[in-house]
Design a protein around this ligand. Structure first.
Ligand code: AN7
Length: 405
């Protein structure tokens, strides 16, 4: 049995593993999964066999005999991006494309762990609020586990591909008249009162799965971590999780530094950027978040306290980018590197460009950007930003005349 504690990050209160609790019952703080690192065999972590999230089960909160609910999540490629790096004006850029997870986003890493825990706890159903990807991923893992699934989506604000996934995989899908923050508020109460298991990233087990992004990046680079990791921030779970992953590797003595955790938000939904720049420990929620990057259209990120800690403690920064900058970065990634991502994911590249321009990032830094979701999640956006196909007669000469060469 991997020994662990469920502990409040604010007051240190501990909760039993069988207790279904998402935030501290004493002070309302976020919870964290804590291990006794002296019990973990570092060699086994470094030499772990297998692929993806469960390769690192020595650092996951389960007994040896627990059977994971898995569809081969994780093990995503880390692409060298020399052309893009040169254009942006830096020496060393890699992109870890989390859009190549089974459901098309990084959420699968959290869901394989979260749904495995749900099965272990014997819950009667799982639920989430979502800007789209969380619901798509949860629907898939719930289907695999044979557990009823309920998802609350902000009406008219979720990309087409994501809703299609939640519907296809058999979730009960609700289109809520409100935004994501309203949906999360409603689902939290619903889970409490109806005894459904909440699988938003406030659930600390989700973050345990997502921290494996850090393990894979470090391993791929032969345990020489990059100087900086840049990623989009919405509910702020992923940046917190990846920071925890690096911290654990450092605690185990596998790596000797932590990358500067750099979080990018959209200009119209940037409560963490504002708090970071003003030196505040808490965010002021935004009532009407707005951006074309619908995945990160979030005004009241639940993991803000963890994320601000991750950014500050690692010497990173938080920065915002405009919708136009996001679109430009999405096109650059697609056309210079062959990497197709949804708008939220492109925020990481847009943020990198902006920070280089601002001289916040130095030319010789080794940088890894995390692209969190696949291009096909949001086909409607693609149709809007690309030139429409030209309609032509079925005639060689007609087509030839129209070729741009
Ligand atoms: C592509 O699906 O919040 O900062 O409900 O889908 O960990 O929230 C999605 C978030 C970045 C932000 N990129 O991650 C949801 C949801 C993509 C995303 C984020 C999301 P967090």
């Amino acid at each position: 049995m991997r020994d662990y504690e469920v502990e409040c990050i604010e007051c240190g209160a501990r909760f039993s593993r069988e207790d279904i609790v998402y935030t501290c019952r004493k002070c309302g703080g976020l919870l964290d999964i804590k291990y006794d690192y002296s019990e973990i065999d570092t060699e086994r972590v470094v030499k772990a066999k297998g692929e993806g999230v469960w390769k690192y089960r020595d650092l996951l909160p389960f007994a040896e005999e627990t059977k994971p609910v898995t569809i081969n999540e994780g093990n995503t490629p880390l692409y060298g991006c020399d052309r893009l790096a040169k254009t942006i004006g830096i020496d060393d850029l890699c992109v870890k494309h989390e859009g190549l997870n089974p459901s098309g986003s990084f959420k699968d890493r959290g869901m394989t762990v979260g749904v495995t825990k749900a099965v272990e706890l014997g819950v009667k159903g799982v639920a989430c609020a979502s800007t789209g990807n969380t619901s798509a991923s949860l629907a898939i893992f719930a289907a695999k586990a044979g557990v009823p699934c309920y998802v609350l989506l902000p009406k008219g604000k979720v990309a087409l591909g994501k809703i299609a996934q939640a519907m296809m995989h058999g979730a009960q899908v609700f289109s809520l008249k409100g935004n994501f923050d309203d949906a999360l508020r409603v689902v939290r109460v619903l889970c409490e009162e109806e005894k459904l298991y909440l699988l938003n990233s406030v659930n600390p087990y989700r973050l345990e799965g997502q921290k494996t992004i850090a393990f894979e990046v470090a391993k791929k680079l032969d345990w020489e971590v990059p100087d900086r990791v840049i990623l989009p921030v919405g509910n702020a779970g992923n940046i917190s999780a990846i920071f925890k992953g690096f911290l654990e590797l450092k605690t185990l003595g596998v790596i000797d530094s932590i990358p500067k955790m750099t979080g990018i938000q959209a200009e119209g939904a940037k409560p963490i950027v504002t708090a970071f720049k003003e030196g505040k420990a808490e965010i002021i929620p935004e009532d009407k978040p707005e951006t074309i990057a619908s995945a990160i259209r979030i005004g009241n990120p639940v993991n803000a306290a963890k994320a601000l800690h991750a950014i500050r403690d690692s010497g990173g920064v938080a920065e915002s980018v405009t919708d136009d900058e996001i679109t430009e970065a999405q096109l650059m990634l697609a056309r210079m590197e062959g990497i197709g991502v949804e708008p939220a994911s492109a925020a990481s590249i847009a943020g990198l460009k902006k920070l280089v321009r601002m001289d916040e990032i130095e030319r010789d830094e080794r940088i890894v950007c995390i692209t969190t979701g696949h291009l096909l999640k949001d086909p409607e956006r693609v149709i809007k930003i690309c030139e429409a196909p030209k309609e032509v007669d079925a005639d060689v000469d007609v087509v030839r005349k129209m070729l741009k060469m």
